[in-house]
Design a protein around this ligand. Structure first.
Ligand code: SF4
Ligand code: SF4
Ligand code: SF4
Ligand code: SF4
Length: 211
């Protein structure tokens, strides 16, 4: 079982990174991110150490119920992965009820593109993926680290790839010259922006969804 802890870096740098542990812990400073889901059983997660970003971002498919319930409801059948037109879902996540690997999406490889039919939810034979409308998908939160953004550091002042690729548009993201992206309330957390951002590691970071 993979569980991660969320903390902010103690260094002057405001970068984020990943660490794992036996218990989900919420550092006081992590509260700056808002109201976090405490139930992190087998949930994808990020944390911050040393100001470095480690790319271990993954999320459940759209409609995934709370992590502790998901691992009991999902039987690892793989139907969601089979129908995903973006091949975003891989059956290599933490074990689920049948003690098979569960589904996971790594935006760095193939992000969820929020297909029109939300095919994964339609195909799920269990309650693991609950019906959700396209604009209500919230598979992650996106946080922005300006220190890594090419539009901010001047290496590519006109870069706006993240906003140009976003399947939602201005309701989710906008880019101001020299300032990089601003994430808005319509962001679904799909990770398309993370995938296409030319910076490495990308300054756009997926974090688990807020409850
Ligand atoms: S919503 Fe569509 S693109 Fe996204 S994970 Fe589900 S099947 Fe794949
Ligand atoms: S279709 Fe549903 S039950 Fe099957 S692996 Fe995907 S989430 Fe789990
Ligand atoms: S695509 Fe990446 S580097 Fe370019 S503006 Fe967006 S966050 Fe910055
Ligand atoms: S801002 Fe990024 S994560 Fe949010 S909807 Fe757009 S592409 Fe998806």
């Amino acid at each position: 079982m993979f569980i991660a802890a969320y903390v902010f870096a103690s260094s002057p740098c405001r970068g984020l990174a990943l660490m794992s542990g036996d218990d989900a812990k919420l550092d006081r400073r992590a509260m700056l991110f808002g109201k976090w889901r405490r139930d992190q059983t087998s949930a994808p997660a990020l944390a911050a150490v040393s100001g470095e970003i480690r790319a271990i971002n993954w999320v459940r498919p759209p409609g995934a119920i709370a992590p502790s319930l998901f691992v009991e409801a999902c039987d690892g059948c793989g139907a969601c992965a089979e129908v995903c037109p973006a091949q975003a879902i891989k059956m290599n996540g933490p074990a689920v009820a049948g003690r098979k690997p569960g589904p996971r999406i790594d935006a760095a490889q193939n992000p969820c593109v929020m297909c029109d039919s939300i095919a994964c939810v339609a195909a799920c034979p269990t309650t693991a993926l609950a019906p959700v409308t396209r604009d209500a998908i919230r598979i992650a939160q996106i946080r922005f680290d300006p220190a890594r953004c090419r539009a901010v550091d001047g290496s590519d002042a006109t870069c706006a790839v993240c906003a140009e690729r976003c399947p939602v548009g201005v309701a989710a993201i906008s880019v101001a010259p020299g300032q990089g992206p601003t994430i808005a309330g319509g962001c679904t957390g799909c990770g398309v922006c993370v995938h296409y951002c030319p910076a490495a590691p990308p300054p756009l970071i997926q974090l688990p969804p807020m409850v």
